[in-house]
Write a protein that binds this ligand. Structure first.
Ligand SMILES: N[C@@H](CCC(=O)N[C@@H](CS)C(=O)NCC(=O)O)C(=O)O
Length: 205
């Protein structure tokens, strides 16, 4: 059985949503980032990078949301969480997932989780940078009605993690980001996503 190491509300929720949408047979194990559990020898033996998510499979451990979500989509083709029949379309989805992980995640993450917290002009500059990336998603990268177009894919769950963080902190303005707000509402209304939120002990935003 698959085993997902995650932290509630953190980026691993994207992999958690993919597993739940896939109807996969999996267990979850919470890692308390505030207590530093990601740096214990036990966890570093699973993921030497000391971050979540990590997915234990019967072939070994996979890390990185992009990779875990792709693996889940490919190993559960019946769930239609990616266009598994077209390598190009699968690659287009992974292009978006790569951007979410390498560009949007760090940009909004620095606004919310920098330690010590960003203040004053430094915070304002980082907020502007992050909002510029949400502009790019709103106006160019997001196809609609789902991230990749007509069909829901694992990229939708991934995008919703960051729009959720932005809405929670009052940054996802409805006038500036109408499509991303509508998308987040529709993702949160999905039964699988509601089960993930309940399992992680967090509320919709
Ligand atoms: N690119 C990685 C990012 C993983 C990551 O930064 N996870 C954060 C939670 S959102 C974490 O575990 N941070 C713990 C730490 O850095 O100490 C992915 O998408 O899987």
């Amino acid at each position: 059985m698959l085993k997902l190491y995650y932290s509630p509300g953190a980026c691993a929720m994207a992999s958690h949503i993919a597993l739940e949408e896939a109807g996969a047979d999996y267990d979850i194990v919470a890692v308390d980032l505030k207590k530093g559990e990601q740096k214990t020898p036990e966890y570093l033996a699973i993921n030497p990078a000391g971050s979540t998510p990590a997915l234990v499979t019967n072939e070994g451990v996979l890390t990185e949301n992009l990779v875990i979500m792709g693996y889940v989509a490919q190993t559960h083709p019946e769930a239609n969480l990616a266009d598994n029949d077209s390598s190009f379309n699968f690659g287009k989805m992974q292009s978006l997932n790569g951007w979410l992980g390498s560009s949007l995640h760090p940009a909004i993450g620095r606004v919310l989780f920098s330690r010590p917290p960003l203040e004053g002009q430094a915070r304002a500059d980082q907020v502007e940078l992050a909002l510029g990336k949400f502009d790019l998603a709103e106006n160019h990268l997001f196809k609609g009605p789902w991230a990749m177009g007509a069909e829901y894919t694992v990229a939708d769950g991934y995008l919703s993690v960051f729009t959720r963080w932005a809405r929670q902190s009052g940054l996802l303005d409805k006038t500036r980001f109408p499509r991303l707000n509508d998308h987040l509402d529709r993702v949160q209304a999905r039964p699988a996503v509601q089960r993930v939120l309940a399992a992680e002990g967090i509320a919709p935003v």
